[in-house]
Write a protein of this length. Structure first.
Length: 311
């Protein structure tokens, strides 16, 4: 037994010494090897095959992988879509007018009631002030690009069941259910048209004010949009206010809710605020000049300018 223990201890010492020797030799090998760089990196053996050598006519090789004669061998292939003289497919199929005028169609970026309530809850949109495109763009609630045929925002009904804010909002398009959801809470909604120049100024007012130019007049809608913005059911900004009130009552009866009386509301002054059809900003009339450096508003006094900018 004592011999076995002695033999085991000697074997353990030999293994330990052998391990130390192997570790020392491995460190010596690492110290002697060069550092890894692009100069000594190579792919694994067998991972890359040599590219097949193509023939060069009479200098070896058959057809060089291009087959016998013709366009394919001589490198004179026709253009894409050519069918050998036969009437090509894209000329056989007649044109249809499904996409006629697609480059001139007006686009309205969607803004859901769910998203609007989210912006209000975060404090990025103040419901105690009238809301228009300037507030919505500054709050990062919607992105409008007038140069890409965007003509404003359309209010959609997604989130109508959870919308609970009392607001005075102006958009460019709105669905019937979205109008009902706003008015059910005692709010007011108006749809108004902005031409591309006025829309660009409304979305980015600060760069415009820095140019020290007078605020232009908002253009009237084109002929095909006049019926929409003069219809009280759409809450158009050119509609008769008396008919708008009748449309509010009719919509409340249709959806089965009691229409709040905004004349008795403590926020009646804010809720009744509306823009003139030629006005771009709330509180700023056409023809006024905003001086950002001196923080002043300059108003025209010449009679001709007053007549020009008057609505």
């Amino acid at each position: 037994g004592r011999k076995a223990v002695t033999q085991g201890c000697s074997l353990g010492v030999m293994a330990a010494s052998t391990g130390k020797g192997m570790g020392r030799s491995a460190r010596d090998v690492l110290h002697s090897l060069p550092r890894v760089s692009l100069a000594n990196l190579r792919p694994n053996p067998g991972s890359r095959a040599r590219e097949k050598r193509r023939g060069r006519g009479i200098h070896g090789g058959g057809k060089s992988g291009r087959g016998h004669k013709g366009q394919g061998q001589r490198g004179t292939r026709p253009r894409l879509g050519f069918e050998g003289g036969q009437t090509p497919f894209y000329l056989v199929i007649p044109k249809y007018g499904f996409n006629a005028g697609h480059s001139l169609r007006r686009q309205y970026q969607p803004l859901s009631l769910n998203r609007l309530q989210y912006l209000i809850d975060l404090g990025r949109v103040d419901p105690s002030e009238p809301i228009d495109l300037t507030q919505l763009v500054n709050a990062r609630g919607v992105t409008v690009q007038p140069l890409k045929r965007d003509y404003g925002v359309q209010l959609v009904e997604e989130g109508a069941d959870i919308f609970a804010a009392k607001i005075n909002i102006e958009v460019q398009w709105a669905s019937e259910l979205a109008i009902a959801a706003v008015e059910k809470n005692g709010g007011v909604i108006t749809t108004g048209f902005y031409d591309p120049i006025s829309l660009g100024i409304l979305c980015k007012p600060v760069p415009f004010f820095l140019r020290s130019q007078p605020i232009p007049k908002r253009m009237l809608p084109p002929e095909d949009l006049v019926p929409y913005y003069t219809d009280a059911k759409n809450r158009g900004y050119l509609a008769d206010p008396a008919k708008v009130q009748e449309a509010r009552l009719e919509l409340a009866r249709k959806y089965g809710y009691v229409l709040p009386d905004i004349t008795k509301d403590e926020l009646f002054q804010m809720l009744s605020t509306r823009k003139d059809p030629r006005q771009i900003f709330f509180g700023l009339a056409p023809g006024w000049l905003v001086n950002m450096a001196e923080k002043k508003i300059l108003k025209p006094t010449d009679e001709r300018l007053l007549n020009y900018y008057s609505s």
